[in-house]
Ligand binder design. Structure first.
Ligand code: ADP
Length: 393
């Protein structure tokens, strides 16, 4: 099927030598009729198994890639500087391996166009694969760079939010402190100026305000500390059997003063039995203080907040419902995000840091529970918290 260079006419042999066709390159001599008149021993490697006769076959029947380019190829026979190349042709070799080939046709000698073309096949599979893997790596790098840019943007957004949060937290802490200082000064002067005529109801009301503000301060500080622990992966729960029923009743009592001061009514429908859950007593109080506090805060004069507790076979179901300002539907999915405050909350006089519900959700989930919210704008909001019961063994 193939012949050696020594069978060729001397002119062609000389031309092949002149063109430095090296051993690794399969080659063929193609006549002016585009027929293969001679090919190197390894030429057949890149052709299908059933190619019986190579020499004598039309180049275009073995390499369909050249169909249609015949006129251009003929022009090459007279042009010493041109060649026709098709790069990275994909071929499955006889051993089923996939190869990338560079095909090239060059006229042998412009002075003797009757000698035809030299056709070379260069196996560039290795280079092709390297290129492919380089392209892949470059794409992966691009992707990683894009992800990094996104993470960086998110980090700087969080950083900005943290700065805003710190200034709001500082303001939030200063507000109750100012009230406490004011009332302490009033009480002190009442006691100094005329201790005999002190109006005890008034005295008790001032003390009550101080207590409410102190509770509020306590809540802000607990949230800040809680965030610090969550961010540093240091949230530790001290889980013991807790009676959620008595916790909600105590919390309802504790927050009555805050509700009264804000002219809201706070009511509670506890379960008619104890509801024991594995929990961290202090953290459960923190959850309640935030959710009930919000029901009081995001409400109007005369507003109502109601707490209720019931059970299913496996869960304690706690709801906190208010008839306050409500939350717009498009903002509901975001309210558990860190530092998030609804647009109306940001515009309102109600101060906040957007920290409470993020901490509440983290704490509820740390107790293996769930929290859901339903709300209608200007109508009110209900938070439902489900916490697993302590199952009797
Ligand atoms: P904040 O310190 O702002 O109160 P939270 O994380 O506790 O932060 O709440 C996030 C936001 O969700 C609030 O800013 C408010 O816009 C909205 N929100 C939370 N609870 C209620 C509620 N009961 N009624 C209306 N809006 C609420």
């Amino acid at each position: 099927m193939t012949s050696t260079s020594s069978d060729l006419p001397a002119a062609l042999q000389e031309a092949i030598t002149r063109r430095h066709v090296h051993d690794g390159t399969a080659h063929a001599i193609v006549s002016t009729e585009l027929k293969i008149i001679h090919c190197s021993a390894d030429f057949g490697r890149f052709l299908p198994e059933n190619t019986a006769q190579i020499e004598g076959s039309l180049l275009t029947s073995l390499f369909a890639e050249f169909i249609g380019s015949e006129p251009y190829l003929r022009a090459l026979l007279h042009n010493p500087d041109e060649h026709y190349a098709i790069k990275r042709v994909n071929r499955t070799a006889r051993d089923d391996s996939v190869h990338y080939l560079d095909l090239e046709l060059t006229g042998f000698d412009p002075q003797r166009p009757e000698l035809g073309w030299l056709f070379t096949i260069r196996d560039t599979t290795e280079v092709g694969r390297l290129e492919q893997s380089l392209i892949q790596e470059r794409n992966q790098l691009r992707l990683a760079r894009r992800e990094l840019a996104l993470v960086n943007r998110e980090l700087s957004r969080l950083d900005q939010l943290k700065t805003i949060f710190l200034s709001m937290a500082a303001h939030d802490i200063r507000a109750p402190l100012t009230v406490i200082r004011g009332y302490v000064e009033i009480l002190t002067s009442m006691a100094e100026i005329n201790p005999v005529d002190i109006d005890f109801d008034e005295f008790a009301a001032f003390l009550n305000t101080i207590r409410v503000q102190t509770d509020w301060l306590d809540n802000i500080i607990n949230n800040i500390l809680g965030l610090d622990q969550i961010e540093n992966d240091q949230l530790v729960l001290h889980i013991v059997p807790c009676d959620l029923n008595s916790i909600i009743m105590d919390m309802c009592d504790m927050m009555q003063a805050t509700a009264k001061l804000n002219q809201r009514t706070l009511t509670c429908s506890p379960a008619d039995h104890s509801v024991i859950i594995p929990g961290d007593h202090q953290r459960l109080q923190q959850i309640l203080q935030n959710v009930i506090g919000n029901g009081i805060k995001y409400n109007q004069t005369g507003g109502k907040v109601h707490i209720s507790l019931s059970t299913s076979p496996e869960f304690a179901i706690l709801t906190v419902t208010d008839n306050g300002v409500g939350i717009a539907q498009d903002q509901l999915p975001h309210i558990f995000e860190l530092y998030y405050r609804t647009e109306s909350a940001q515009k309102s006089q109600v101060r906040g840091t957007g920290l409470g519900l993020f901490i509440v959700k983290t704490l509820v989930e740390a107790h293996k529970g769930t929290i859901e919210v339903k709300s209608t704008i200007k109508s009110g909001t209900t938070f439902t918290i489900c916490l697993p019961l302590l199952l009797k063994k």
